[in-house]
Design a protein around this ligand. Structure first.
Ligand code: FES
Length: 516
């Protein structure tokens, strides 16, 4: 399989050159038959790993057509970016009169996933649906507040503040459109349509809508309708007659980006009942059960992105991204196999699962003081993940009791949200035929660790699907297809929104979900 992957340009990591000793070429077999696992595979993946379908691409030989999933960490880092960027085609059902525009070719569209922290942009050829350039950048509104709440507070200072937030994002989108066109060798005059999919607050900032009501219960959006606007009037420098489409918002904290994500994963056609989750500072969930759709949003905080964690960092070279309890020892793996510089979100989750496996912490998250690696730190108890002799800085990398609490609160919020939705849909967790996890963090998450700490219900691993930036894909579908717009509008209309802040079952479920 390693040779097959290489022959089609899928760059799997293979430091040992394919002899089965580095374990980096791990893939997961979804369907089809492979040769029996080799001794090397048992050594690298463990019997439990093999039972869940994991294999080493350099060892396994297909005996039939096979379908495999490649976890992001098995790809070289340059390829990870490429995969996230897309490159694929979306079906075309023209929104624009392509014939009339034929003299102004190429006919391009701009799809934007407008996140609180990051903005992802895609330039799409509207005649064939192909993504011809993809780029990401930070949302410059971050200088007015890290999260949605602080940005709403800033906007509430007055008209001038709201205008600043709008100008910042428009400026960033203009730059992004320029960069994408430069990459594709084209010009912004050829962008005839744009789709901007953002959470409700980002949507409102972009359109200059009032946001005061988003900051207080019952968190009502100023608009829940899909909207068409003139790009020029908004200040976007595209073709002079270009239009901007923004998908419908569901509620104050479930926005058009979630609708785009549901479209991107084709929720209705996933094995049913299905639960779709977009993990971020704010986590949006939708349950599709018995023909009904229920959505909610939980404040999961930035801990999964490495924020508010003592040695947390974003997923960059040197970040501890995997932690395992193997052969009686806690072992870690860093991005690009660099000396450790911190821990990123997936590493933190893994570390907690490994500490539970190793019996270093108990179900309440407290350290067992006699455990190897435990120490009473300067201000609080901690576990030494990487000793100072292993780091370039000469400082050890630790996981503190406070870090564990941050994760406990984040995972309890999400798990309680899941339980409330299951109650609304009147189904049990074990009845879920699929759990689809979207978002950048979601694609790097190890499902075994996520289930081990209780973030997700304990259902067979093959029912989980990690899909990456599905909102970006949804935005591209909305850009190229009128059918997709109708589907998204239908989804938005059918969703029954469940408000968690005053939900009678939420608090009880949250407290229950705090323990591991
Ligand atoms: S390439 Fe090293 S184990 Fe497969």
């Amino acid at each position: 399989m390693l040779a097959a992957a290489q022959s089609v340009g899928v760059e799997l990591q293979a430091v040992c050159g394919g002899v089965g000793t580095c374990g980096q070429c791990k893939v997961r077999c979804v369907s089809g038959n492979l040769t029996e696992p080799t001794l090397e595979e048992f050594e690298q993946l463990g019997a439990a790993g093999i039972r869940t379908g994991n294999r080493l691409a350099c060892q396994a030989i297909p005996l039939s057509d096979v379908q495999v999933e490649i976890p992001p960490e098995s790809l070289t880092s340059s390829q990870r970016v490429q995969v996230e960027g897309g490159g694929q085609c979306v079906p075309v059902d023209p929104v624009l009169p392509l014939q009339e525009l034929a003299s102004r070719r190429p006919i391009l569209g701009l799809a934007i996933d407008l996140g609180t922290t990051k903005i992802a942009g895609y330039l799409v050829d509207l005649e064939n649906g192909r993504t011809i350039a993809a780029r990401g950048r930070m949302n410059p509104q971050i200088v007015y507040g890290e999260d949605v709440i602080s940005r709403i507070a800033y906007a509430n200072k007055g008209e001038e503040a709201r205008r600043q937030l709008q100008e910042k994002v428009i400026e960033a989108l203009n730059e992004l459109a320029q960069e994408l066109c430069a990459e594709a060798g084209s010009s912004v005059d050829h962008i005839f349509e744009a789709v901007i999919a953002g959470n409700t607050a980002m949507h409102h900032f972009f359109l200059g809508l009032p946001v005061e009501q988003l900051g207080a219960s019952p968190y009502l959006p100023a608009s829940t309708q899909p909207l068409y606007q003139s790009a020029k009037e908004l200040g976007l420098r595209l073709a002079p007659d270009a239009k901007v489409y923004t998908p419908a918002n569901i509620a104050g904290y479930v926005g058009g980006d979630h609708v785009a994500m549901l479209l991107g994963i084709d929720l209705r056609n996933c094995p049913q009942p299905a639960l779709a989750i977009d993990i971020g500072t704010n986590t949006e969930l939708t349950l599709c059960a018995n023909g009904q759709l229920f959505s909610c949003s939980c404040a999961s905080g930035p801990a999964f992105e490495g924020a508010h964690i003592q040695h947390g960092m974003r997923a960059a070279p040197g970040a501890i991204e995997r932690v395992r309890y193997e052969s009686g020892e806690i072992q870690f793996y860093t991005i690009d196999r660099q000396p450790p510089t911190g821990i990123c979100g997936s590493g933190i989750l893994d570390a907690i699962a490994a500490l539970l496996d190793a019996d270093v912490i108990d179900a309440r998250g407290n350290f067992r003081k006699q455990a190897t690696g435990f120490r009473a730190g300067v201000s609080e108890n901690e576990f030494v993940l990487a000793g100072k002799e292993q780091t370039n800085s000469g400082n050890s990398i630790v996981l503190t009791r406070q870090d564990i609490s941050e994760i406990q609160f984040a995972k309890a919020a999400i798990r309680a949200g899941i339980e409330v939705l299951l109650k609304a849909g009147n189904i049990e967790a074990k009845a879920l035929a699929s759990i689809i996890i979207a978002g950048a963090f979601g694609s790097y998450l190890d499902m075994r660790s996520a289930v081990r700490i209780g973030l997700f219900p304990d259902i067979p691993f093959e029912r989980f699907r990690q899909v990456g930036n599905a909102a970006g894909l949804g935005a591209r579908l909305l850009l190229a297809s009128a059918v997709a717009r109708r589907t998204a509008e239908g989804l938005a209309e059918q969703i029954q929104y469940v408000e968690l802040t005053n939900h009678p079952a939420f608090h009880e479920q949250f407290v229950k979900a705090l323990s591991f």
